[in-house]
Design a protein around this ligand. Structure first.
Ligand code: ATP
Length: 545
């Protein structure tokens, strides 16, 4: 067993030495939390993403693909809620996870009751429990309203048990409550937005800013900032922080051009960017990363069934490429973890060296996103089912806003998972009989960067020509093969063990006589002679097993 603390160091070191992952801009001292996928990393990442695409799009009639632009209309981010808080302080409600602008929040007066108003009775029950768990007070529930809190000073809230005059508990609060629920349980204010901002257009905003500053020297700091923000905002664009929003925005185009019938999905994979406050665990959380996301549109009321379906399918998929399938689990979100628009969510988690942590989220996002985009854009983002009865009118034909299940996975985080899963050390004897450590990356053959290495035992006597010819045959059959003649044969085997090449084929002196090569299996190190004419078929069959 490798010590968990050392495992990450070993993987980072191997990744660099063998060309999986390099620090970005290394020769300039590196850019914090940015990584480049090297000659082998790019192959591994593409193989993971291609497998995802195959299982999510090609193997399903009811899922279609999309490749949207990274820079989208700024209104997309306004509708999705991502844009709030660029110039303004942002606050999160600790109970509902609602995020809002502090400067627009309702301010209760001293002496006012604070009633937390939920969407329905069920949510009130959940929030009541969440508040009890977190703050150790039991609010009274009247239908969908939670009572018992009162403002006792500008920045203090008291909890009063029923029919009592003195507060049983007191809490600091920022003087305002969350706009939707009226909750005083809030995070610190953050002058922060996860999105990277840039400018679009020929005119540089700097000139306008300079003029504005010059003409308004009398303004105070806040007014000056607001004025500059307004100028910047006019031409601002954002790098997408997730691939998902494009699937909502292109819902109608995809549905109509492909005549998709509900339930159906739109899948996309590609780069996302987040100005993460904490970047950690190598490529686990970085500012630029790749995602593989699908929005699956379903009939309202069927979302629970589909959420469970996708949770199971996605978990199965991750396990299918792993040496340790039991290192993958799913975890249901507690009610107090859920975003306010989600009615349920699962995280697929992996046993990283630092413990179980997220790999993919599978969320039931209700009809929130389509409704928000419909509201902001004016487009009718709904679906008409001729075969269904409208539950309200009882007449045939039902127009509704679909509910959405979203399996959202990190491709680069998945790559880290499979590097951890693959890393093995074994004690073996070297040629002189001494104990040595063999490092072998037991990557699933479909994910391995090279599928086969062809190695001439020596660099003469026509062996390189035979080897090169065999590599050509593999390439023509669509199998990524590598010709390798550098160093002694034992060293070459080790090198290919370390990059996870499932098979090595060695051409030796006898090949010219018996037309056979030695095939060596990466995991068992077993060697056997096979006919060179059968080599491509044999490797292909074993890879597909
Ligand atoms: P986390 O809680 O780890 O920050 P999240 O819940 O914000 O993730 P989502 O917005 O649901 O993540 O994104 C879906 C997936 O994208 C995550 O499960 C993760 O695999 C990946 N992901 C998200 N943020 C990053 C990041 N900064 N770096 C690498 N992968 C990421």
């Amino acid at each position: 067993m490798i010590d968990d603390n050392k495992l990450m160091d070993k993987i980072i070191s191997l990744s660099k030495q063998r060309g999986f992952i390099f620090q970005s801009s290394e020769i300039y001292g590196g850019l914090k939390s940015a990584y480049d996928y090297g000659p082998l990393g790019v192959e591994l990442k593409r193989n993971i993403m291609n497998e995802w695409w195959r299982s999510m799009v090609h193997e399903r009639e009811n899922v279609t693909g999309l490749d949207a632009s990274i820079i989208m209309h700024p209104k997309v981010w306004e509708a999705s809620g991502h844009l709030a808080g660029f110039a303004d302080p942002l606050v999160d409600c600790l109970i509902s996870k609602e995020r809002f602008r502090a400067d627009k929040a309702p301010i209760p007066n001293v002496g006012d009751d604070i009633n937390i108003t939920c969407a329905d009775k069920g949510q009130a029950k959940d929030y009541q429990k969440a508040i009890e768990k977190r703050f150790n007070i039991e609010l009274t529930r009247n239908g969908k309203i939670l009572t018992g809190l009162k403002v006792i000073e500008k920045n203090k809230v008291g909890f009063f048990k029923e029919d009592t005059q003195n507060p049983a508990e007191m809490f600091d609060f920022p003087g305002y409550v969350s706009p939707t629920f009226g909750s005083p349980f809030l995070s610190e204010e953050k002058q922060f937005n996860l999105m990277f901002r840039s400018q679009i257009g020929a005119v540089d905003a700097l000139g306008d800013i300079a003029n504005f500053v010059n003409d308004n020297k009398h303004l105070g700091k806040d007014e000056m900032k607001q004025g500059i923000e307004k100028i910047v905002k006019d031409s601002a664009v954002y790098l997408r922080p997730e691939t998902a929003q494009a699937m909502f925005v292109q819902f109608l185009n995809c549905q109509q051009t492909m005549s998709m019938k509900i339930p159906f999905g739109i899948a996309q994979m590609g780069k996302s960017f987040r100005n993460e406050i904490t970047t950690e665990h190598y490529i686990f959380r970085s500012c630029e990363f790749e995602q593989m996301e699908m929005e699956f549109f379903v009939e309202p009321g069927t979302q629970k069934k589909w959420l469970e379906y996708w949770r199971d399918k996605r978990l199965e998929w991750w396990k299918s490429f792993s040496n340790y399938p039991d290192h993958f689990i799913y975890r249901a979100h507690e009610k107090d973890e859920l975003a306010h628009y989600a009615d349920a969510c699962y995280d697929i988690e992996y046993k990283y060296p630092w413990g179980y942590d997220e790999l993919e989220g599978v969320a039931s996002r209700t009809d929130y996103d389509l409704k928000k985009h419909a509201e902001h854009s004016g487009a009718k983002l709904s679906y008409f089912d001729q075969q269904k009865e409208d539950p309200e009118t009882g007449k045939m034909g039902w127009r509704y806003t679909p509910y959405v299940i979203e399996p959202a996975a990190g491709a680069t985080r998945g790559l880290l998972v499979y590097l951890i899963d693959a890393y093995h050390e074994e004690s073996v004897k070297d040629a002189k009989g001494n104990d040595t450590t063999r490092v072998v990356m037991k990557l699933h053959p479909r994910l391995a960067p090279f599928k086969v290495a062809v190695l001439p035992l020596i660099k003469k006597d026509g062996l390189p020509e035979i080897a090169r010819n065999l590599v050509d045959q593999f390439m023509k059959a669509g199998i990524n093969a590598r010709y390798d003649e550098q160093h002694a044969i034992g060293k070459r085997y080790r090198r290919h063990d370390e990059v996870g090449t499932p098979y090595c084929l060695t051409i030796d002196g006898e090949t010219k006589e018996d037309n056979c090569v030695t095939i060596r299996d990466r995991d068992t190190m077993h060697q056997e002679r096979i006919s060179i004419d059968d080599a491509v078929n044999i490797v292909m069959t074993r890879l597909n097993q």
